[in-house]
Design a protein around this ligand. Structure first.
Ligand code: FPP
Length: 235
């Protein structure tokens, strides 16, 4: 099987999953966290090397304080205690996003999980948190400008060279999945998705289990990726 090296997921539909069951939106986020934990282990076991997920965007700060607080508390709890299985499965956890506007206990939990899993080598779970794709490009451009001031020669600077200015130097995305039925990319990893295949599903994220994930892998296997070139059979 031709397994994508880097899969990214926009985990949408937690709120609707909960409301349709007469539950509070927060219960959808809780269920989504359980799904994420299982999915990360499954994806890495299937041979995916990097799984990136959109957990909280810079724009999610527009939500009600109660929902923001719930998500922050959930992240702290998961990073500090619940990610033990992820760690035991050899997965390195990295967090992408701005470190501004975050509570001290959230920053501490981010440090804890990155530190605890830093020597793991089976695969990487990249959690995008307080994250925006345009913001990541701006922050990278600022770092590049600082290197320019220090004398960096950019005469032969190529698109591959910009990856190391992003929050983490990860490979390009091969497969982008969005759950929850919307057809947009919502300021997610814009630089890294330039040649990714897209898979959209109506399934809400809490219901996006291993078999739903495998459907996306099968679809990917049958896509004809040309990266701007021409397939041999069409020449
Ligand atoms: C989008 O669904 C989802 C989010 C804004 C949060 C996603 C967060 C998680 C799955 C939890 C992550 C947990 C850890 C431990 C990293 P929505 O609320 O916009 O759903 P809706 O479109 O149905 O309203």
């Amino acid at each position: 099987m031709n397994v994508p090296n880097h899969v990214a997921i926009i985990m949408d539909g937690n709120g609707r999953w909960a409301l349709e069951r007469g539950l509070k939106r927060s219960e959808g986020h809780l269920e989504g966290s359980k799904t994420l934990e299982k999915l990360a282990i499954h994806a890495i076991n299937m041979g995916v090397k990097v799984l990136s997920v959109y957990a909280f965007s810079t724009d999610n700060f527009k939500r009600d304080k109660a929902e923001i607080d719930y998500l922050m508390n959930l992240i702290v709890k998961y990073f500090n205690t619940k990610f033990e299985k992820i760690n035991k499965n050899g997965i390195k956890v990295v967090i992408s996003g701005r470190k501004t506007n975050l509570r001290d206990d959230v920053l501490e939990a981010i440090n804890n999980i990155e530190e605890k899993t830093k020597d793991n080598s089976k695969g990487i779970l990249n959690i995008c948190f307080n994250y925006g794709g345009q913001e990541e490009i701006i922050d990278g451009a600022i770092k590049l400008a600082q290197d320019l001031n220090k004398g960096l020669d950019i005469k032969n600077f190529k698109r591959e060279d910009f990856y190391k200015y992003l929050y983490h130097d990860l490979p390009p995305i091969d497969l982008l999945i969005r759950t929850g039925g919307e057809l947009r990319v919502s300021n997610f990893m814009l630089y890294q998705m330039s040649y990714s295949e897209f898979y959209f599903t109506n399934t809400y994220f809490p219901d996006f289990d291993k078999s739903e994930f495998n459907k996306a892998l099968f679809m990917f296997e049958n896509r004809d990726r040309r990266f701007g070139g021409i397939n041999e059979k069409n020449k």
